[in-house]
Design a protein around this ligand. Structure first.
Ligand code: 13P
Length: 245
């Protein structure tokens, strides 16, 4: 079983998210039988204004972000109370766009992580290096990735890690299979049984080969997952990986 997650980022409205989710539910229902359930675990992360009740049979709806609080005075943010209203139990933390554009520090990511993991949330924790660090070589990359685990309890249940090299995000060109294998092999030595996803320009054309790599337990997808047809194509292209499990 692989994990296939879609990060909508700042795309889709409530109406189009609902349509997407209904079509996805239909697609999955069509591709499973009474004896054989759908081979992959699927998660959808819509924008906050389009959060839907987490009530779908075949996938989880998660949130892209939340503030580490039950409620309070944090203008522009949502907390536990708002997530609970939708039955949301899955959260992205540490996405590079929040770290880079919104200047979230490692300390703040770790604070969010502590707050929500203690509440039993399933956390998809994102890490990834910039082009500049990549150019310094593999050991510099690993050292940087290590720094993004500061304050993160790897014994937390329900933790998923997503390795998303920043230079591959939204570029249309994913990391090469060799690069993914190299980093995932090293990260797996640290993470053990924690599922490790790859993210960065995953699309229908490369999802199968990426998911087939040792040490890749799933993918976190942005742009190629926003159109339902493309996302279903991604699922379709990797559906036969069930036989490898
Ligand atoms: P792209 O698939 O558009 O490269 O985005 C990856 C990503 O950031 C998912 O969180």
């Amino acid at each position: 079983m692989k994990i296939i997650a879609s990060n909508f980022k700042t795309n889709h409205t409530r109406k189009s998210t609902l349509q997407f989710c209904e079509n996805l539910e239909k697609f999955i229902a069509k591709n499973q039988t009474q004896n054989q359930s759908f081979p992959h675990q699927i998660m959808i992360f819509p924008p906050q204004s389009a959060l839907l009740e987490n009530r779908f049979k075949s996938f989880q709806v998660g949130a892209q972000n939340a503030y580490p609080t039950k409620n309070g005075s944090y203008t522009g943010e949502i907390g536990l109370e708002q997530l609970e209203e939708f039955g949301i139990q899955t959260l992205l933390i540490g996405h590079s766009e929040r770290r880079e554009i919104l200047k979230e520090s490692q300390e703040f990511c770790a604070e969010k992580f502590r707050f929500f993991s203690q509440l039993g949330f399933r956390i998809c924790y994102c890490i990834g290096e910039s082009q500049e660090i990549k150019q310094q070589g593999i050991e510099a990359v690993l050292e940087f990735l290590e720094s993004e685990f500061e304050g993160i309890n790897l014994n937390s249940p329900d933790l998923i890690v997503a390795y998303e090299p920043i230079w591959a995000i939204g570029s249309g060109v994913s990391a090469s299979l060799e690069e993914i294998t190299q980093i995932h092999t090293r990260l797996k030595q640290k993470l053990g049984k924690i599922p490790l996803l790859y993210g960065g320009s995953v699309k229908p054309q490369n999802v199968r080969e990426i998911l087939s790599l040792n040490g890749v337990d799933g993918v976190l997808i942005g742009s190629a997952s926003w159109e339902i047809s493309s996302f279903c194509q991604i699922l379709d292209n990797s559906i036969d990986l069930r036989s490898k499990e």
